[in-house]
Design a binder for this molecule. Structure first.
Ligand SMILES: N[C@@H](CCC(=O)N[C@@H](CS)C(=O)NCC(=O)O)C(=O)O
Length: 367
């Protein structure tokens, strides 16, 4: 690795959720990049120094600057590469994109990690792959690395992030419900919002590309219950600037309203419980949302910022489209939980330097 790469460099893992999201974005936009696997533990220390924390992926620009956080990076690249914007011009569809991207990033992460690490087939595949791919800097036998990875991911993201034994069925039923709606959508059109991909598709590539369509158990589920959705995963991966042709939906169809209502039932109440936990200084909280009890889930300062971002996008986009946007949010149940807590416990200037510096990880887990 040189000080300044010739071409934009994406560093992460070839089976990581957010690395996959960023690759789908770069390919769709035709932005040339070079992928490199991160090497632990050396790059963790470097990331902390240049970005404030270490997470995957990180990007290094040819001018040497480092970047992190796919949401903020995509916004930055959209400004730098304005051709073929992935956020629609229509303010209603643009807001639908921001909602779906956030839901994909912050809610479907937990079921994706569940399917990977809870089941022996998933844990065997992922621990072996990751141990070989990214832990080259650690002088330990392979079986020890694999055991460490399993333990770390389970205690950080599955059983240790709210999915107790009683939640397993509910978490999986949540995925089944999502697949049923997506399958209906992809029976009618090639991408979530119409003939070509938008930020909503890029967001959903996170849980799908490197988890649901790769890990043994959910891949079986997709093959047998949602083959059109599996096709969409590959269609998106195979898309490029020439894919921006045709039209987007107008008005917002019923199937997308179903996704928004689904988001309103589980994710928004969860975000509000997280706000309460952060405001109360609690590192963990238990909450029942959409019929599932998450026990001792990790609280997240980053997700307080996510809610603030959804409010910010609303304020910007509703200028001129307020009545229509409000009606959509009210009908789908998103309006009330979006504004429910008056005060959001953000830190002074929190995440303001993204994508060039990050203040908080998605969920705080110890390195
Ligand atoms: N909001 C961040 C989340 C990135 C993230 O959490 N990535 C995962 C891997 S896919 C990670 O590095 N987690 C940190 C860890 O496990 O310590 C983004 O959009 O890039």
């Amino acid at each position: 690795m040189s000080d300044k790469p010739q071409v934009l460099e994406l560093r992460g893992s070839s089976i990581s959720y957010f690395t996959g999201k960023m690759e789908n974005y770069f390919r769709l936009k035709g932005i040339p990049y070079r992928f490199e696997s991160m090497v632990f533990p050396g790059e963790v220390a470097r990331n902390k120094k240049v970005l404030g924390l270490s997470q995957m992926p990180v990007v290094q620009l040819p001018d040497g600057r480092w970047m992190t956080d796919t949401t903020a990076m995509i916004q930055w690249f959209e400004a730098a590469y304005p051709q073929n914007p992935i956020v629609p011009n229509d303010p209603i569809l643009a807001y639908v994109c921001y909602l779906l991207e956030d839901w994909a990033d912050e809610w479907w992460w937990r079921p994706a990690m569940h399917y990977r690490w809870y089941y022996e087939e998933g844990a065997r595949f992922a621990s072996g792959h990751l141990a070989r791919e990214i832990t080259g800097g650690m002088r330990l036998p392979l079986f020890v690395k694999r055991r460490m990875l399993r333990r770390r991911q389970r205690s950080g993201y599955t059983s240790g992030d709210g999915i107790g034994p009683d939640a397993v069925l509910g978490v999986e039923a949540d995925v089944t419900a999502l697949l049923a709606v997506l399958e209906g959508i992809f029976t009618k059109r090639p991408y979530l919002l119409g003939d070509y991909p938008t930020l909503a598709d890029v967001g959903f590539s996170g849980p799908f590309f490197r988890h649901f369509a790769l890990d043994p158990i959910p891949l079986q589920l997709l093959r047998h219950t949602a083959p059109k959705t599996l096709e969409w995963v590959m269609r998106l991966w195979n898309s490029n600037p020439s894919s921006f042709q045709g039209a987007l939906v107008d008005p917002v169809p019923n199937d997308i309203r179903m996704l928004l209502a689904h988001m309103a039932r589980g994710y928004l109440p969860y975000l509000n419980s997280n706000v309460d936990a952060v405001a109360g200084g609690k590192s963990r909280f238990t909450t029942t949302v959409d019929g599932v009890t998450y026990t001792k889930a990790r609280s997240s300062r980053y997700r307080v910022w996510c809610l603030a971002e959804l409010r910010r996008h609303y304020r910007v986009l509703s200028a001129g489209a307020e009545a229509q946007l409000q009606a959509l949010l009210k009908e789908t149940g998103l309006w009330e939980p979006l504004w429910h807590r008056e005060h959001l416990p953000l830190l002074e200037g929190q995440e303001r330097k993204l994508p060039f510096w990050a203040d908080n990880k998605m969920t705080m887990i110890n390195e």
